[in-house]
Design a protein around this ligand. Structure first.
Ligand SMILES: [Zn+2]
Length: 114
């Protein structure tokens, strides 16, 4: 009985060697888990800035702030939520970085960026 788990000798190690191996294995596992969790944490952060859709409450806020119309031409047709600073260039999913644009103005804007 060791750390609430059973281990037994099957490769001719003595008790002390087995204990060392077990400790080593536990340590490796803990390191692996920590590394995996760190990676998970990082991917969570990058997802919230790049892949996550715009949250509904942000959309609602932007929609009301911009009066339900395109901020460029005032059109109320084919409206889209546009990132002022593109997410790929470090823009965030916050109301400050999102505006309402109609499809036409949004396309024109993207065209200017390239
Ligand atoms: Zn427009």
């Amino acid at each position: 009985m060791f750390r609430d788990e059973f281990y037994w000798e099957d490769e001719g190690y003595n008790e002390e060697e087995i204990r060392a191996l077990i400790l080593d294995r536990i340590e490796q596992r803990e390191k692996k888990v920590k590394r995996a969790m760190a990676r998970l944490g990082q991917s969570d952060v990058s997802q919230s800035t790049s892949r996550e859709p715009i949250p509904d409450d942000i959309k609602l806020f932007v929609w009301q702030r911009d009066g339900g119309r395109c901020v460029k031409c005032g059109s109320q047709k084919n409206l889209e939520f546009d990132h002022i600073i593109p997410v790929s260039k470090g823009g965030s999913n916050t109301a400050r970085n999102i505006q309402l644009l109609c499809e036409k103005c949004n396309r024109a804007k993207s065209a200017n960026l390239f």
